[in-house]
Design a protein around this ligand. Sequence first.
Ligand SMILES: Cc1cc2nc3c(=O)[nH]c(=O)nc-3n(C[C@H](O)[C@H](O)[C@H](O)COP(=O)(O)OP(=O)(O)OC[C@H]3O[C@@H](n4cnc5c(N)ncnc54)[C@H](O)[C@@H]3O)c2cc1C
Length: 428
Amino acid sequence: MIDYKAKIECKASYDVVVAGGGVSGIGAAIECARQGARVAIIERNGILGGGFTSGHVAPPLGSFTPNTMADELLKKVGVENGSGQSHDFEKMKIIISKMVADENIDVFYGCSLVDVVKKDKNITHLIFSTQSGLKAIEGKIFIDCTGDGVLSYLAGEKVEYGRDDGLVQPVSIMFTVENVHPDQHIVCYHEEMDTVLENGNYLALCREACKNGTLPPTVNIVRLYRGVVPTERMVNATQANGVNPLCPVQAGKAQALLREQMEQVVDFLKTTVKGFENIRIKNSTEGIGVRESRRVMGEYVMTAQDLLDGKKHHDVVVHNAAFCIDIHNPSGAGQSEQDGCPKQSQPYDVPYRALLPTVTDNLLVAGRCISGTHRAHASYRVMNICVNIGQAAGIAGALCVKENVIPRKLDYKKIQKVLTDKGVELFN
Ligand SMILES: Cc1cc2nc3c(=O)[nH]c(=O)nc-3n(C[C@H](O)[C@H](O)[C@H](O)COP(=O)(O)OP(=O)(O)OC[C@H]3O[C@@H](n4cnc5c(N)ncnc54)[C@H](O)[C@@H]3O)c2cc1C
């Protein structure tokens, strides 16, 4: 065994290192660089954007607060406020690449974070894999935007996983079908959105197909979103339960199952919905889509009750976050809440304390792995909320470097001031 930690040769040194260049990671990195910090991103994929791009996730949901990073991205990509329309993934790749290049951020593509080096309560280096072996990068402040809480886990933070019985939300493969007849207008955003077809109600037909085996036993709704091309639909339907997405072997088996389910779903649509007879799969997510894995426990743990009450916080950094408690059933088909429909939240605040882990001094967390319960996570995990959490973490990281303080000691009012100076509403 090579003791690589003992012989770190590190030429790369930055103010702030962002682990994971997905939805929250690009929010964190771009805003942090705009605030004057020298920033690097470590990204295991060959493209930035996570859910926004390689994850093939749409539509962007959760919060349409003007002047935020989510607002900026959605305007650039041409998605209207609250339209529920999917964005153009290729256009988003170009937009994000340009924004990151404009801020002079170094991106370490194809590099997986595999370990950390700590001195007392501070991270000094991240260790990542490259085509030439393991390398190190040095930083002052680190932001965990890996979705899976990889950096926090490696740094020894307290993490939680799943609901009380240990199950997490199912993994899925989102995909786009093309060749929908131009006269066919059906969309199906969620469990309450029924449409009367010539052969019956759409949702009832889905339920029936699940029962009679036409659809897989875990698929009793086939959600269809309109994209930028009228003859295409994004399909959110496939579902593998009982999978630990952190286990590579389980993830591989789930991928095979989900790709098989894609064909079943397409056959169902072809034979059931008029205008879908000639559809074919156009593209899909890289790998599998992970809704839920580790949650990093922080100074404040957000709860579902906070969200249902629309709780406001003195240290708000994301205001008017708005999305239902959307728990895709970890142990069956459809939704896991009792009446089969997600519970609506009231517009709520994400507090800075939910981005602050409790063990490491120079670490911030952003995106779906921030501090909250299984049920609260089911709401704030959506992309517009995650990119704005990233933006707040990026501001915090840059301020910490400027003022030479650790995130826990940073005056949260300074983060709020940067946001409100940009025209972001934080209080009402
Ligand atoms: C099937 C599915 C459907 C969804 N539907 C919607 C929807 O309709 N609307 C919506 O708004 N949201 C939806 N979501 C939720 C949303 O996509 C995610 O919760 C959101 O992208 C989380 O943002 P993030 O930054 O935490 O993670 P991500 O966007 O996943 O980014 C994490 C990044 O970290 C990188 N990474 C991970 N580990 C490492 C490592 N060890 N080293 C280096 N890089 C690493 C990844 O490659 C990725 O780029 C859906 C999610 C799934 C899976």
